[in-house]
Design a protein around this ligand. Structure first.
Ligand SMILES: Cc1cc2nc3c(=O)[nH]c(=O)nc-3n(C[C@H](O)[C@H](O)[C@H](O)COP(=O)(O)OP(=O)(O)OC[C@H]3O[C@@H](n4cnc5c(N)ncnc54)[C@H](O)[C@@H]3O)c2cc1C
Length: 354
């Protein structure tokens, strides 16, 4: 596989080496994720990212799945973002669950027919699973975790756990394949208004996909946390607990506080490794990347691997009994204190969620 990503610059604050983009037609395929009949917000952020590639970008969204809620998601996709001009629908039981092998084959097959200049997915577990496989089938090098786009072939991505930003220029063959951090491409409220004239919907001819495309993975089951709670990746408020909580029993205070605030619960890796909470709550370099409006960290030291997942939060509040804890270097509001006194007081003072 040809590695054609050229490293242009390493810097804490990236300089954008803007070159006028070469005039060639830009068309982008966005891999759409859906749940309960709706397009996930991170996929709409991927459309936002596609918009930044070029003013005259023609954006198609690929949706795969089957069943009634899939049909709802297709309708939603057609009206979900004004920049989507076409929704490609792969309706088959093969895609009933988001398994990477058939998805990668699907993307490969569609790219051979349609010759998109770019393929984009949100940088969640789905995109990180599917896009590199599809890139390998297409023999191109993907660029992952993009946080800024300056032209159709120049991108900024974090390296060294977010301590440096790297500007890269893609000089490889089409398609240029990207995973983008949803938090860096929020959908503006104006775009969120659904378009009145829906995008066109086209069925993908799947006759060329044989049984082999299913690959060796089999869907077993899906377990999810409290469905009432907002999704950690897109929540407006995140309340995170660290090892300072000391036990799974004590961690319930974090859950109560999150409930009162209508927030998602996050955790450090230390807490996950100790078995207090499942690993899908982990925030950080090897967990989820979040950038909520408010991030509250209790008993979190602020290791760089944790900061890599939350430093872009708009307002950071930290409570730690150690005044020298590194979390205070990124906190907007810091309280040196014992969380076993602070959290009960907050629980008492915050009103019940209506
Ligand atoms: C390759 C790699 C990847 C990693 N990925 C991640 C990742 O994705 N996410 C992640 O979080 N970590 C990750 N880590 C682990 C990371 O290095 C830290 O070990 C971890 O973040 C520490 O978690 P913590 O802050 O909960 O625990 P600690 O570092 O032990 O901090 C606990 C804090 O609680 C405070 N405290 C204790 N008692 C109280 C109290 N009563 N009141 C108030 N404060 C109190 C202490 O002062 C301390 O600052 C990774 C490490 C490696 C090597």
């Amino acid at each position: 596989m040809a590695a054609r990503v050229i490293l242009w610059a390493l810097s804490k604050r990236p300089r954008c080496f803007h070159r006028p983009s070469i005039s060639r037609s830009i068309s982008t395929l966005v891999l759409g994720e859906h749940e309960n009949g709706s397009i996930k917000s991170q996929s709409l952020s991927a459309v936002e990212a596609a918009k930044s590639l070029s003013d005259d970008n023609s954006v198609s969204m690929l949706l795969a799945g089957s069943g009634p809620s899939f049909n709802e998601a297709v309708k939603h996709a057609a009206s979900s973002h004004p920049s989507i001009s076409q929704v490609l629908v792969a309706d088959s039981d093969k895609f009933a669950y988001p398994i990477a092998e058939p998805w990668a084959k699907l993307v490969h097959m569609i790219q051979q027919r349609e010759k998109y200049s770019h393929i984009i997915s949100a940088s969640g577990s789905f995109g990180k699973n599917v896009l590199p496989r599809a890139a390998a089938l297409l023999d191109v090098s993907p660029i992952t975790d993009v946080i800024e786009i300056s032209g159709s072939s120049q991108f900024v991505r974090p390296i060294y756990a977010g301590n440096a930003l790297c500007t890269v220029r893609y000089t490889g063959a089409n398609p240029c394949m990207l995973t983008v951090r949803a938090t860096s491409f929020p959908m503006p409220k104006s775009s969120a208004e659904s378009r009145s004239n829906g995008a066109s919907i086209s069925q993908v001819d799947l006759s060329a996909l044989d049984e082999d495309s299913i690959g060796k993975s089999r869907y077993v089951k899906h377990t999810s946390q409290d469905a009432e709670r907002p999704d950690l990746g897109s929540a407006r408020i995140v309340v995170t607990g660290g090892r300072g909580l000391k036990s799974a029993e004590n961690f319930k205070m974090i859950e109560k506080l999150a409930e009162k605030l209508g927030a998602a619960v996050g955790a450090t890796r230390a807490v996950v490794d100790a078995g207090f909470v499942p690993n899908d709550l982990q925030v950080g370099q090897t967990g989820k990347i979040v950038a909520p409006e408010l991030y509250m960290a209790f008993g979190v030291s602020g290791a760089i691997q944790h900061l890599a997942g939350m430093r872009d939060s708009k307002v950071i509040v930290a409570v730690n009994k150690d005044a020298d804890a590194p979390i205070f270097q990124v906190a907007d509001y810091g309280l040196v204190g014992d969380l076993f006194e602070v959290i009960p007081e907050l629980l008492e003072k915050f009103p019940e969620k209506k």
